[in-house]
Design a protein around this ligand. Structure first.
Ligand SMILES: Cc1cc2nc3c(=O)[nH]c(=O)nc-3n(C[C@H](O)[C@H](O)[C@H](O)COP(=O)(O)OP(=O)(O)OC[C@H]3O[C@@H](n4cnc5c(N)ncnc54)[C@H](O)[C@@H]3O)c2cc1C
Length: 484
């Protein structure tokens, strides 16, 4: 379909204010949080209802136009990067809270609803929504669902997948389907909701999501412990988990991160090589006894200072320091590249040491701030894009960190997704059969690969390849070419 005709068709569904087609305005949407990849979309549309999404997708299906859903665009793996000559479907106008059902501890929302707004909506009744990415004040529930987002409290409470009960999805051919249960907690049949969560927008567009709410815990206690090196802090993490305690959160920051945070949000953290924030929650008596054990473990691991949050304000300040860490990095580096791999907790100190070596080898600084309890690392490779070739060096260093994590039994991503960023590493983790099985699922949902194409799986770039179940090209098999 010609562009002009497509614009008219979209305006017919959404009105003029729901369609963006001026090049300068389209540039707003050229990237997500992974800013070194940019593509200006052909057209941006802003649906206001599931029916709008359905009508838009039907046209895409009939005309063979690729489309990408976008929530708030905070993704760090390029998942919402537009496809050239494709449509970007931005969900930010679908922000209605449809139903709050405290008796059944659930809430039904549209996908553009901001994560933090869910908790705010029910805070007065002492309920909250557990998954809390550091981007929670801006990222959308649709984006969280697609990325299976985590956050500081996911160590104890699990990721988005553990807190979504059902979803309404517009499939790639425009059909609307419901996956997951109703008000009951379980649904028979294939676990299609589980397949959809974390599918990074490649299986369809969520237009309605049912979330599980939680009652706020009776007691919360938080401490901050400073250490002379990352290894000692790592020992404290192992000591806490080894004692059979499952804290609500254990987060670690290195000295560079602390320095950046002090420069910006100024939480008053001690100067140290490593800082741990440990939070316990639950019944008062249990929290009190376990808190003392956590304190003792930190002392045994040679903590140079331990501070206990004495008020909600102080606790909020600890977390403000942690949650602002990515943003604060802008005060010490022009650009940074966030890596997001996971290693078994027991391998943390070895991998952190290797990251230090890689940083020296590549001549670029790496700051570490991460979910230590989950073994989910977030090394931030600092660079200056204005320096010739530094962006490429940063990406190469980040890649070597991925390999180091895989060598230590880790995984490609903890919570930020594969997107465009890490699809080239998929064959390093999965076998051909693994990838084929994933492709079977994807092809069942979207046989024509219109729904967020070019993400998650390595894109065929060699002649003679077609979309469909993933196959290693003979040239690649012979070791003469790589797929990216
Ligand atoms: C400062 C900062 C801190 C962060 N901290 C964390 C963290 O602690 N934990 C964490 O997990 N992530 C974190 N992130 C990453 C990011 O915020 C999450 O991945 C988030 O879930 C993305 O949500 P979004 O609404 O911005 O989605 P987008 O970036 O717009 O999209 C992300 C993916 O979701 C798909 N998508 C969006 N909406 C829909 C929909 N309705 N249906 C189907 N697919 C859809 C898109 O196609 C894309 O593939 C952080 C990012 C930043 C910038």
């Amino acid at each position: 379909m010609e562009r002009e005709k497509l614009i008219k068709a979209m305006e017919g569904i959404l009105g003029e204010r729901g369609v963006i087609h001026e090049r300068e305005q389209l540039r707003t949407y050229e990237c997500d949080g992974l800013m070194n990849y940019r593509v200006i979309p052909d057209l941006v549309v802003l649906p206001e209802s599931a029916e709008d999404v359905q009508r838009i997708v039907r046209i895409c299906h009939e005309e063979g136009i690729p489309f990408v859903a976008r929530g708030s665009g905070t993704g760090l793996s390029g998942g919402a990067l537009p496809v050239e000559s494709g449509l970007l479907i931005v969900m930010s106008r679908m922000r209605r809270i449809i139903e709050v059902d405290l008796e059944n501890m659930r809430m039904v929302v549209e996908p553009g609803v901001i994560n933090l707004h869910v908790s705010n909506e029910v805070a007065h009744e002492n309920y909250y929504y557990a998954p809390d990415p550091a981007s929670q004040s801006v990222s959308s529930i649709g984006g969280n669902l697609a990325e299976n987002s985590g956050g500081v409290h996911c160590l104890k409470y699990g990721f988005t997948t553990n807190h979504v009960m059902a979803a309404e999805i517009v499939l790639a051919d425009g059909e609307i389907v419901n996956v997951g249960g109703g008000k009951a907690n379980d649904a028979p049949g294939y676990e299609l909701l589980g397949a959809f969560v974390g599918s990074e927008g490649t299986l369809g567009i969520a237009t309605k999501v049912t979330l599980k709410l939680m009652k706020k815990p009776e007691s919360v206690r938080t401490l901050l412990a400073a250490f002379g090196d990352l290894e000692e802090a790592g020992e404290a993490v192992s000591g806490i988990i080894g004692a059979g305690i499952v804290p609500a959160a254990i987060e670690m920051m290195d000295s560079q991160t602390v320095a950046a945070v002090e420069k910006t949000v100024k939480p008053g953290f001690p100067q140290a090589e490593a800082i741990l924030i440990v939070e316990l929650d639950g019944p008062q008596a249990e929290v009190d006894s376990q808190f003392q054990r956590v304190y003792d473990v930190c002392e045994t691991a040679k903590a140079s200072e331990i501070r206990i949050a004495e008020s909600d304000e102080q606790r909020a300040l600890f977390w403000k320091g942690r949650k602002a860490a990515f943003a604060a990095m802008g005060s010490v580096a022009n650009d940074y590249y966030v890596q997001d791999s996971v290693v078994p907790r027991t391998e943390l100190s070895k991998v952190l040491k290797r990251i230090g070596e890689l940083s020296e080898e590549h001549g670029l600084q790496v700051a570490n701030v991460f979910h230590a309890g989950d073994g989910n690392l977030h090394p931030l490779v600092l660079y200056n894009n204005e320096n010739e070739g530094e962006g490429e060096r940063a990406e190469a260093l980040a890649g070597d960190i991925v390999f180091a994590c895989l060598e230590h039994g880790g995984s490609l991503t903890g919570e930020h997704g594969i997107g465009l960023d890490k699809k080239k590493y998929m064959p390093k983790m999965f076998t051909e059969d693994d990838m084929n099985t994933m492709q079977l699922l994807r092809c069942a949902f979207d046989p024509h690969h219109l729904c967020n194409p070019g993400k998650v799986f390595p894109t065929p770039r060699l002649c003679g390849e077609r979309p469909g179940p993933w196959k290693m090209h003979p040239i690649q098999k012979a070791g003469l070419a790589e797929m990216f």
